[in-house]
Design a protein around this ligand. Structure first.
Ligand code: AMP
Length: 138
């Protein structure tokens, strides 16, 4: 059975997409730790990030870098924090979170309440920032 993230890539489940290329996909986390919290995934299903072969792992990290640069330009923050856990969804994903302090990386604190209109707006701003630097991303 495909993972929920494969179903997002296939367009069977809606998402707030921010970037995509041939092999990778990025979209807003539906339950964000902070506005702009984004997930970056390989399109090919693989549960555990360190099971990716070197080429796909390096490609994922390069794609995540482009997405993080877009987030940094779109959302006022000191930097973009990175986390990988994957205990909930068995499809490799990198969390990219705009942060101003270490406490902003706390996954146990109350989640940000972001309306669907605001999620759409944020995804659009991040997508524009990524594409302005990397036209190969769509
Ligand atoms: P983890 O597997 O622990 O790294 O966390 C999985 C993350 O995926 C959580 O932050 C969820 O909020 C997020 N998530 C689960 N389903 C969706 C979805 N349909 N769209 C966007 N994010 C999701």
């Amino acid at each position: 059975m495909p993972t929920v993230f494969s179903r997002i890539v296939a367009g069977e489940i809606p998402s707030y997409k921010v970037a995509e290329d041939e092999n990778y996909f990025a979209f807003l986390d539906i339950n964000p730790v902070a506005p702009g919290h984004t997930l970056v995934i390989p399109k090919r299903e693989n549960d555990y990030i360190f099971d990716l072969d070197d080429k796909e792992y390096a490609g994922l990290q390069m794609f995540a870098k482009r997405v993080a640069e877009g987030i940094k330009r779109a959302i006022p923050c000191q930097r973009v924090g990175v986390a990988v856990m994957g205990l909930e969804v068995p499809h490799t994903h990198i969390h990219l979170i705009p942060i101003n302090s270490e406490a902003d990386m706390n996954f146990f604190k109350e989640k940000a309440v972001v309306s669907s209109e605001e999620m759409t707006r944020i995804a659009g701003v991040i997508a524009n920032e990524i594409q302005s630097g990397h036209p190969e991303v769509y």
